[in-house]
Design a protein around this ligand. Structure first.
Ligand SMILES: C[S@@+](CC[C@H](N)C(=O)[O-])C[C@H]1O[C@@H](n2cnc3c(N)ncnc32)[C@H](O)[C@@H]1O
Length: 225
């Protein structure tokens, strides 16, 4: 799987990425997410996917026992590496979310922030299979992402034949980038997640959705190293 254009877009956006977290209308929801992440990984070893600049790692480290945070982009990990994570052992690793090749152990939890929306619909199954292959049976997983909100979200400018939607985004250097950004419905999320989980919970805030579940692994999802 190559998503080279998106990878390049996020590399170029690295220094300005966290501006997105300053949007005034999203502050209340962001506080809810921050509080959630600060407490939900108690005693768990966390694998973070597409961690970017470590914005959410900063909150996860308040409760996780340890964190391996991954992203395919060096410029964002350079920024993440400069943050402080208290007493929690945090390491950053370059990994393609569709392969996680060098993740060589099983984790008891996973965090996937603002990544699901960038996965083409036809690749969601592959992504979840790879992610789950790195998790223990019963692992706690939290996934969250944007809801489409008129006036706050960047407008969708087209859809492709499989229903993926795209936005045109600008960076401060004036460059323009077309970025795949999907806004799944609650029932689409349930359809993906319920069959793979023992317990699941779906929450809709005004600007974000949150899916939490405990993984139910079957024999085919197992992995041997
Ligand atoms: C929307 S940002 C989310 C960053 C972070 N999770 C957050 O919420 O602040 C998406 C991230 O996905 C990363 N990314 C893009 N393609 C990737 C891939 N194939 N594997 C891993 N990370 C990828 C980008 O480098 C970027 O950091």
């Amino acid at each position: 799987m190559t998503n080279a254009k998106m990878v390049e877009y996020y590399a170029k956006r690295a220094a300005e990425y966290e501006h997105i977290y300053l949007k005034p209308e999203r502050q209340e929801d962001l506080k809810t997410l921050q509080a959630k992440l600060s407490g939900c990984f108690k005693g768990l070893d966390l694998l973070e996917i597409a961690c970017g600049t470590g914005y959410w790692t900063q909150f996860a480290c308040r409760s996780a026992r340890s964190i391996v945070a991954t992203d395919c982009n060096e410029p964002v990990l350079d920024i993440a590496n400069r943050k402080h994570y208290g007493d929690c052992p945090v390491s950053f690793q370059i990994e393609n979310a569709y392969a996680l090749e060098n993740v060589k152990r099983l984790f008891s939890s996973a965090l996937v922030g603002f990544w699901w929306s960038h996965v083409p619909k036809s690749k969601l199954g592959d992504f979840l299979r790879i992610l789950h292959s790195k998790l223990c049976n019963g692992a706690y997983v939290i996934i969250f992402d944007n809801r489409y909100v008129e006036g706050s979200s960047t407008r969708i400018h087209r859809a492709d034949e499989e229903g993926n939607t795209y936005q045109i985004r600008g960076l401060s250097n004036g460059s323009q980038h077309e970025v795949l950004k999907n806004f799944p419905t609650r029932s689409e999320l349930i359809e993906w997640i319920e069959p793979l989980s023992n317990h699941s919970k779906f929450t809709e805030l005004d600007y974000f959705w949150i899916a939490e579940y405990t993984l139910r692994k079957n024999a085919e999802q197992g992995v041997s190293f």
